[in-house]
Design a binder for this molecule. Structure first.
Ligand code: SAM
Length: 309
């Protein structure tokens, strides 16, 4: 496969490079904003699970544009992985499941709460759908927990979800904290993927709620089968496709020459990963060290490549 094949297969991958976004996910946040005006009046924003940083880029470009002096806007990006620096974005290399990360965010905002928290978090996908959905749901709960520490009353929380069979449980939990919860599917998110985004507006925790980092599912304090929720406990969340309907369809293949007057030109990624998990495997392959023999004879001191795909 040539370098242009991904450009051909994935129009948003290609547009991301043309417009200087670090990842195609930038379009998801842009299309969510088109529908929900997420950035209106936002001065403090948190990007959870931010690497390589395309959502932080969107926040920075959009919020700084609306802030005339560009000085009052504060953006904090958190990820387990290191991220190449972005002007105007404070980075925390940390875990969103940790209370210390919440404290660090608040410190950056000098004690003020955030207007907007976004989370595009995803664990490493195993390919086992049930496991992936479960882990994604755990990550979303972690994101919700940390959000309850840092978000202002009335604020907005946007997070990636996998719409699996237990999604009703997540909706129910979100509805405890937000009067308005919508499930949105941007045009740039493939139809073939169960990925979608919850847009939760008007943060209003139950009276007396004390933010904490506990996780009812992991703590085993729930023994209810949430698929059997009935009546008012079964929450129906509106589902919305968003992004201009004339926007590119992420499941379509487009010709490489979109503009007949311009020749196709391959562009390298805007920001190559700085320490990708596959780096060592590439190194071993390049140096012909992937065979067992090679590993035992000349590569004994190299850590073994991860077995993850
Ligand atoms: N929104 C990003 C962008 O536009 O560039 C892409 C995010 S990527 C799909 C998912 C990220 O979630 C990964 O960088 C991963 O390191 C991060 N992540 C997963 N679990 C995390 C955790 N517990 N704490 C912090 N980051 C986490």
């Amino acid at each position: 496969m040539g370098r242009s094949s991904k450009d051909k297969r994935d129009i948003y991958y290609r547009l991301a490079k043309e417009e200087g976004w670090r990842a195609r996910s930038a379009f998801k946040l842009l299309q969510l904003d088109e529908e929900f005006c997420l950035f209106k009046g936002v001065q403090r924003a948190v990007d959870l699970c931010a690497a390589p940083g395309s959502w932080s880029q969107v926040l920075s470009r959009k919020l700084k544009k609306d802030d005339e002096k560009g000085t009052d806007v504060k953006i904090v990006a958190v990820d387990l992985q290191a991220m190449a620096p972005l002007p105007g974005v404070t980075q925390i290399q940390g875990d969103i499941t940790k209370l210390s990360t919440a404290h660090e965010i608040i410190r950056h905002f000098e004690g003020h709460p955030a207007d907007l928290v976004v989370c595009d978090g995803a664990p490493d996908v195993t390919g086992l759908h049930d496991v992936d959905e479960y882990i994604q749901a755990q990550l979303l709960l972690a994101a919700l927990n940390i959000t309850t520490h840092v978000l202002k009353t009335g604020g907005t929380f946007v997070a990636k979800i996998f719409r699996g069979k237990d999604i009703t449980l997540l909706y129910s939990q979100l509805k405890i904290f937000f009067p308005s919860v919508t499930c949105a599917k941007p045009r740039s998110s493939r139809n073939s993927s169960i990925e979608a985004f919850v847009v939760c507006q008007g943060y209003s925790p139950p009276e007396g709620y004390v933010p904490n980092m506990s996780n009812p599912l992991l703590d085993h304090s729930y023994d209810v089968d949430f698929n059997q929720l009935e009546g008012p406990n079964r929450v129906i969340v509106p589902f919305l496709a968003c992004g201009d309907l004339s926007a590119y369809d992420s499941d379509m293949t487009y010709p490489l020459q979109l503009d007949p007057n311009k020749a196709y030109q391959y562009l390298p990624p805007t920001q190559p990963p700085i320490s990708p998990p596959y780096q060592q495997a590439c190194h071993l392959r390049k140096n012909n060290l992937l065979s067992k023999e090679g590993l035992t004879s000349s590569c004994a001191d190299e850590p073994k490549p991860s077995t993850k795909p």
